[in-house]
Ligand binder design. Structure first.
Ligand SMILES: *Cc1c(COP(=O)(O)O)cnc(C)c1O
Length: 323
């Protein structure tokens, strides 16, 4: 069962005068209250939970996770209780805002003092009424949302809204987005390759996760073995923009931020600044290349937030100092 949670197709635009072949795919606009890439996955994941007759969603992520925020918003809307095990990440205004919104939406947050303690905590929350949503919403089911997204882009190419891309550049944290895109592009027979800009570490683990998910998603989408191999071969995980690790800002990202803002694209330091920096470098290296920068950051406008001081201390402590 697939729920309809978002507004599709999301627009494409080429807003940069100096980089006319750089096209932005606006997945910030997948949802009215809060968009971003997780919504595409949740149409499938919350759909599966509904079909299974579950009452609760159990997930995990970093304290400022968009995935936890999106799961809370759309899960609660569909009538689920939402429990999430949260782990530490470097403090930033963005991460703090995400956790304040998640709590205001009714998230039941459980602090894990270390990543190694997250799995047993998750296990303790599971039960017959619960549906487990994996890290980042990345499972074959979640990635099917991005198979559909690639097909949506292919329809926009056929309609003449953009040229057939040589490459799609997108932030990659748990591998589900790149895996789904690669499978969808293979189904559509486009020549487009996918560069996942690593925002989480270790990069080698992310690469393995992305390839494993591409195989599982290929199976779920009905590709045969050779087509599945071609889908996987489209994926490159680029590790050069990561910096110190997940949640740590980089200089390249900081330089990319005003550049993107000039085209009306608001970046965050954890994911999209790193991806956009890579996309802009590719265009500079070869201005004739058709590059799609897939903008995965949900705009969160009128969402409620609990006041800063009301974030419980055990959760606030997960925002670790960067100084
Ligand atoms: C989660 C997220 C990603 C990464 O998506 P994965 O499918 O986990 O690789 C990229 N950008 C933003 C803004 C995200 O929240």
């Amino acid at each position: 069962m697939i729920l309809s949670l978002g507004t599709f197709p999301t627009p494409v635009a080429a807003p940069f005068r100096e980089m006319p072949r750089l096209v932005v795919k606006h997945d910030d606009l997948t949802g009215e209250l809060y968009g971003g890439n997780k919504l595409r996955k949740l149409e499938h994941l919350v759909g599966a939970a509904t079909q299974a007759g579950a009452k609760r969603l159990v997930t995990l992520g970093a304290v400022g996770s968009h995935h936890v925020l999106a799961t809370t918003l759309y899960g609660r809307r569909e009538g689920f209780e939402v429990d999430a095990v949260l782990v530490s990440q470097p403090a930033s205004a963005h991460a703090e805002d995400n956790v304040r919104v998640s709590l205001a939406l009714g998230l039941r947050a459980h602090a894990a003092p270390a990543w190694a303690l997250a799995p047993p905590l998750v296990a303790s929350l599971l039960g017959r009424d619960a549906f487990f949503v994996p890290l980042g919403g990345s499972s074959a089911a979640g990635s099917l949302g991005f198979v559909a997204a690639a097909r949506e882009l292919a329809a926009q190419v056929r309609a003449g809204e953009l040229a057939e891309p040589d490459v799609i550049v997108v932030a990659s944290g748990s591998g589900g987005t790149v895996a789904g895109l690669a499978v969808g592009l293979e189904l559509e027979g486009l020549r487009t390759r996918v560069i996942g800009v690593a925002v989480s570490d270790p990069v080698i683990v992310l690469r393995l996760m992305a390839l494993r998910l591409a195989r599982a998603t290929s199976r779920a989408a009905g590709l045969d073995r050779r087509a599945a191999a071609r889908a996987s071969a489209r994926i490159t995980i680029e590790g050069r923009y990561l910096g110190r690790g997940y949640g740590w800002p980089t200089e390249e990202g900081a330089r990319a931020t005003p550049l993107a803002a000039a085209g009306g694209v608001a970046l965050d330091p954890t994911y999209t600044a790193k991806a956009f920096a890579c996309a802009a470098d590719l265009v500079r290296a070869d201005p004739r290349r058709n590059v799609v920068y897939w903008h995965t950051l949900g705009a969160k406008g009128a969402l409620p937030r609990i006041p800063q001081g009301d974030v419980p201390a055990r959760i606030r402590r997960l925002l670790s100092p960067t100084g």
